[in-house]
Design a protein around this ligand. Structure first.
Ligand code: ZN
Length: 574
């Protein structure tokens, strides 16, 4: 009776209460913890902190959604319930086990046995009842739904044998099946709750792999039998309005679905593979994607330049960067700021990534001759105030975009270049006459996404030679305007990844943007007219206070938001 004794010793219960609790335990045979909570003597958190102190075992507050399914698979549901223990995380063959009763000898024996059988080593953490139950619930739902779907499908297959000679075609009934619908929902929900950005559904010779990508890294997560492959793919195709019977060519689509009371958009792409169709789903969380742009991690100077640009009555704002750098998301943030009553906003996109209330969004269809330039021509007749054009891909679109900006519209678009200063030569390459650029282009942004360090476990270390050289190389000859912001710490330190249970031992959690923001000025106009060479443009922009991508990155390294490795990785991307 250690806990009751401790509560009594601390004066939290009377001697009378103490013996009452003890007799309840003797009568009912339940544990001390349960009796204390049932009688509402102290809060659960308090009780487990106390227990952690007595047992000298660390107390962990895991989040159910951060627990990977392949770790959960290590302990059967029965054993988990019986011994109140559950795997929390896995790193190689080392597993963290959460236990409500780490002192229980039977549970310890069971765990030892399992670790031999499944060949893993483990570390034990104390967890409380609520956390245990939450994790178990997630574990159970996924397993139950999967099993139900499988049994149902097996049954139907038997029924169908009499009717269909071959199981090649998918009967509509199979797709309408509640278990399949539920299973797809379980997969989608798991992705959202685990903060995954992509879901890959890939068949191979033996199994159907369902993998979830978090922070740009793929994690193996769930295996299903191949027998559910066709119906899962069919269900997703129905959601995304794709042709169910077409499995020889890739298809693209999108759909929106309510998950945990929030509308979430998904982009879908299918590809034929040797083992059947593969499906990739990109999660387009509207709340995440449409973050207001003062929360994007822009420096105050860049923020001000952009705010001024999009508030002007007309002009062009261009965002550039490689695929996956978030350049479209940036434009969406601007649109959200500009989206007010009385303002007519029209977009031309390929594909439409997020739906925004109050904005007229249209999808181009190049295969039927409705490309960006055709769409733009048609849209100009609707007299919009603000136009977003998904991407400037060709000369015709480039010309129309410039023309629209000149005729009193705010135009937002993306263009494929590596740097902000490269945007101007790129426009000229696309046939835009240099003298048109200073009067239209207000701001050119280039951006990259780097992985953000886990706040919980990052390590401050002395910079090694590689980091030191990179920093010094990129910070020489900087303009006095930005010297203040870029003070080199003495001694020179950086942050490194470490890894903890909170970040699944990756050392990174989430992502953060790096932005180069170039703004049009008199001096720059002169250069564009005389000799619009990228290097010259860059020099002038830097003199005016623009930071390069590498310098932006170094600021975020000093601030402990990311690592030198991440900055080097993205600044070398093309
Ligand atoms: Zn961490």
């Amino acid at each position: 009776m250690k806990l009751i004794q401790e509560l009594y010793g601390n004066g939290l219960i009377s001697e009378e209460k103490k013996s009452e609790l003890e007799s309840q335990i003797a009568r009912t045979g339940v544990t001390e913890e349960e009796i204390i909570l049932k009688n509402k003597i102290v809060e659960e958190d308090f009780l487990f902190k106390l227990k952690s102190k007595i047992l000298k075992k660390p107390l962990l507050k895991p989040k159910a959604e951060e627990i990977s399914l392949d770790a959960l698979e290590l302990i059967s549901e029965e054993a988990a319930i019986n011994y109140k223990m559950i795997p929390l995380f896995k790193k190689g063959n080392s597993v963290g086990i959460g236990m409500v009763y780490p002192e229980n000898i039977l549970a310890q024996n069971a765990l030892r046995f399992l670790s031999h059988k499944e060949n893993f080593i483990y570390e034990i953490y104390l967890i409380n009842f609520s956390d245990f139950n939450n994790i178990l619930k997630q574990h159970k739902t996924l397993k139950r739904e999967t099993k139900k779907a499988l049994t149902q499908l097996d049954k139907e297959k038997e029924e169908d044998i009499g009717r269909l000679p071959q199981q090649d075609a998918i009967s509509l009934k199979m797709i309408d099946d509640a278990p399949i619908i539920k299973m797809v929902l379980v997969i989608l929900r798991h992705a959202i709750e685990g903060n995954a950005s992509d879901i890959h559904i890939e068949p191979n010779r033996e199994k159907l792999n369902i993998r979830f990508r978090q922070d740009g890294v793929l994690h193996l997560s769930l295996f299903l039998p191949l027998s559910v492959h066709l119906s899962i793919v069919a269900r997703i195709k129905i959601l995304a309005n794709l042709k169910i019977d077409e499995n020889r060519i890739p298809q693209d689509g999108r759909f929106s679905i309510k998950i945990n009371n929030k509308d979430v958009d998904f982009r879908v792409a299918t590809f034929p593979t040797l083992w059947g169709e593969k499906v990739e789903l990109r999660v387009l969380d509207p709340l995440e994607g449409l973050k207001s742009f003062d929360k994007m991690g822009l420096r105050p100077r860049s923020l001000e330049l952009i705010q001024n640009a999009i508030k002007s009555p007309y002009g062009l704002v261009l965002s550039s960067g490689p695929t996956g750098s978030g350049k479209t998301t940036t434009l969406y943030s601007f649109l959200r700021t500009l989206n007010k009553e009385g303002v007519n906003i029209v977009t031309i996109e390929d594909p439409i990534e997020y739906s925004i209330d109050g904005v007229n969004q249209s999808q181009v269809k190049p295969d039927i001759g409705y490309g960006f330039s055709e769409a733009l021509r048609q849209i100009l007749r609707q007299d919009p105030n603000i136009i977003m054009v998904g991407e400037i891909r060709d000369e015709e679109t480039a010309n129309l975009v410039i023309h629209s900006a000149l005729t009193g519209h705010i135009v937002l678009s993306t263009i494929h270049t590596n740097s902000a200063s490269g945007v101007i030569p790129r426009l000229i390459d696309m046939g835009i006459r240099p003298f048109l650029i200073p009067s239209t282009l207000k701001v050119a942004i280039s951006q990259r996404l780097v992985r953000a360090l886990c706040e919980h476990c990052k390590k401050k270390v002395k910079a090694n030679d590689r980091a030191k050289n990179y920093i010094l190389e990129n910070l020489k000859n900087i303009s006095p305007l930005i010297k203040k912001e870029l003070e080199i710490p003495e001694p020179l330190y950086v942050y490194e990844v470490n890894g903890c249970e909170l970040c699944n031992f990756k050392g990174y959690r989430g992502r953060v943007g790096l932005y180069e923001v170039l703004s049009m000025t008199e001096e720059l106009s002169d250069t564009i007219l005389k000799s619009p060479i990228e290097n010259l443009i860059l020099k002038i922009a830097q003199k005016q206070g623009m930071l390069t991508m590498a310098q932006e990155g170094i600021i975020k390294v000093f601030a402990g938001q990311t690592t030198i490795d991440e900055v080097i990785r993205v600044t070398q991307e093309i």
